[in-house]
Design a protein around this ligand. Structure first.
Ligand SMILES: N[C@@H](CCC(=O)N[C@@H](CS)C(=O)NCC(=O)O)C(=O)O
Length: 218
């Protein structure tokens, strides 16, 4: 049995969880926070990042590596096309979302989501990068109706959990949803993916965790 470690507010945790759910792979969840100094965690995720998985073979971190493993180990239903080129195009999109959108926008999260001080210089610097990268992403993304074309793929798992975050972080920190400002109408797409049971589960789990945290904070 696979154990998914991390927490439901994490977009990368949700990305892996959506893939597990889409494929109908049985899994358990284990709450693990980031920044652990615990050797038991660092031996699974050396930078203390989440998610990571525990399996009968050992542990593994990095969401994309994990879902690529799941795709090979549990090929049905497939979440990449059988054609090698088309499969690589799906992964190209994921790299754009994870590396060139989400990782760049992540610098805004302290001020956008975690009560950090407003930092105009960071917002302006990140905005410049995001504008360039979103224009690049727009050239690749299909939204027809799925992000890589006419079939649901693992790129939709990456997009569903990260695009709204990038949009909201830029809206709060830069005063504008930079994804929408680039002419990408992402909300209908998000609603389409949001109809899937896997998406509904990750959203419900994330909200429940946020509510528990708010209640605890008083
Ligand atoms: N490239 C990693 C990114 C994972 C990541 O950044 N996770 C965040 C939580 S959403 C985290 O662990 N942050 C703490 C840190 O970077 O130390 C992946 O795809 O799994």
């Amino acid at each position: 049995m696979i154990t998914l470690c991390g927490f439901s507010v994490s977009n990368y945790y949700s990305k892996v969880k959506m893939v597990l759910l889409e494929k109908g792979i049985p899994f358990a969840e284990e709450a693990v926070k980031t920044g652990s100094k615990d050797d038991a965690v660092l031996s699974c995720s050396p930078l203390g990042k989440v998610p990571f998985i525990r399996t009968e073979h050992g542990a593994m971190c990095e969401s994309q590596v994990i879902i690529d493993y799941l795709e090979v180990a549990y090929p049905n239903p497939p979440l990449v096309p059988a054609d090698a080129w088309q499969a690589a195009k799906v992964r190209e999109l994921i790299t754009f979302i994870d590396l060139h959108l989400e990782l760049v926008a992540r610098e805004l999260y302290p001020q956008a989501f975690f009560g950090g001080e407003k930092d105009e210089a960071t917002a302006a610097r990140v905005r410049k990068k995001l504008e360039k990268n979103i224009a690049g992403f727009k050239r690749l993304a299909k939204f027809s109706p799925y992000i890589a074309g006419d079939r649901f793929t693992m790129a939709d798992c990456a997009a569903f959990v990260s695009i709204p975050l990038v949009a909201l972080a830029s809206k709060v920190a830069c005063g504008e949803d930079l994804i929408a400002a680039a002419g990408i109408d992402w909300k209908p797409y998000s609603r389409l993916i949001g109809e899937r049971p896997s998406a509904q589960r990750v959203v419900a789990d994330r909200k429940a965790e946020q509510e528990r945290a708010a209640a605890k904070a008083g």
